[in-house]
Design a binder for this molecule. Sequence first.
Ligand code: PMP
Ligand code: GLU
Length: 404
Amino acid sequence: MTTSPLKLASRLDPIKPSITLAVTAKAAKLKAEGVDVVSFGAGEPDFDTPAHIKEAARAALAGGGTGKYTDVGGTLALRKAIAGELSAVHRTTIEPDQVLVSSGAKHSLYNTFMALIDPGDEVIIPAPYWVSYPDMVMLAGGRPVVLETREDDDFAVTAEQVAAAVSGRTRAIVLNNPSNPTGAVYTRAQIEALAKVVVEKDLLVISDDIYRQLVYGDAEYVSIAAVSPELARRTVLVDGVSKTYAMTGWRIGYTAGPLPLIKAMAKIQGQSTSNPSHLAQIATLAALTGPQDCVAQMRAAFDERRQAMVRLLRAIPGVTCREPKGAFYAFPNVSSFVGKRSPEGAILDDDVQLCDWLVDVGKVAVVPGSGFGAPGFVRLSYACSMANIEDGVGRMARALATLR
Ligand code: PMP
Ligand code: GLU
């Protein structure tokens, strides 16, 4: 049998396109066509990158030398800054050699799974999960083991659930704290209980901390790596500047972890992408070592928007919404609208159809919960202006009120 020269690799068969990026792209396309759409799709701060960070990049560019390759894993100056910051946050000692800088935290996660996972290895992923984890595990040949959590438990996975899910093939658990999409933040007691089971079951923790500086009210970020030296040895820290410093487009993320893993990831990076953009590394160094009041200012703005969005969502009959305590997403339950009929006569059979209808008819873009392993929910990013929040949630309320 002959195969077409264009036959695609079978490893792609189970892989879906990123729904967060798809919804964002659809809203952007409609806007470009002149359609007035409010988008809550992208998990991306609306703020511009702070001025002192842009200035550091501008000055470096003017000075010359920034158009060159750097060490595959990032400049020593940047890895030192990252090692210093993460050592302090996680109360452990991280050497610059234990840090790998990549082209976004997404790339860091991808390298991590590629370096760790053999065909058939299992990775525990609590749901609702960020869209890309299961697909990355599958691309690496592994099997995502998804654990459902309960809305009533604030979407926290329990130590008992993790213990029960461990098999002879389990390698790691992904912990995304604060969570995209739910905004849930694990309490100290929950982290300590999970830490215990991680040691008992001999697991690795892949701790995606990209939102750790975005927590609100009395919630606090608790590091699982800081629980004990044993946990520090078992934790792979994934972090970055995209969300904290409004630097999504600069594409810098980083991983800190056990040296053999970091070296393996550097080998992958050295044979695939080489170093992340030199100029973006310079900007990142300025972000990490410069004044931090920009972070507090953006956090305060997100907090205000969070409260407004939750209040407006809760006012919609048929919608319930738990309080998100971190990141910049609200994750309301809209299951009471699934199966209803639109004025145009369509039955909206699931949250994906509901979201398609909301953007086409209601002119408001939200991401279906199914993409996060949570059908019946939708995700709205509140990293946008207050005017957008009021206008967009208003559109959602008016559209939902027409469903029968
Ligand atoms: N992890 C989570 C939970 C995220 O929401 C994102 C969002 N982009 C990423 C990782 C990747 O971030 P980036 O590649 O922009 O650094
Ligand atoms: N992480 C963001 C989100 O969840 C950006 C899109 C993506 O990388 O998936 O919306």
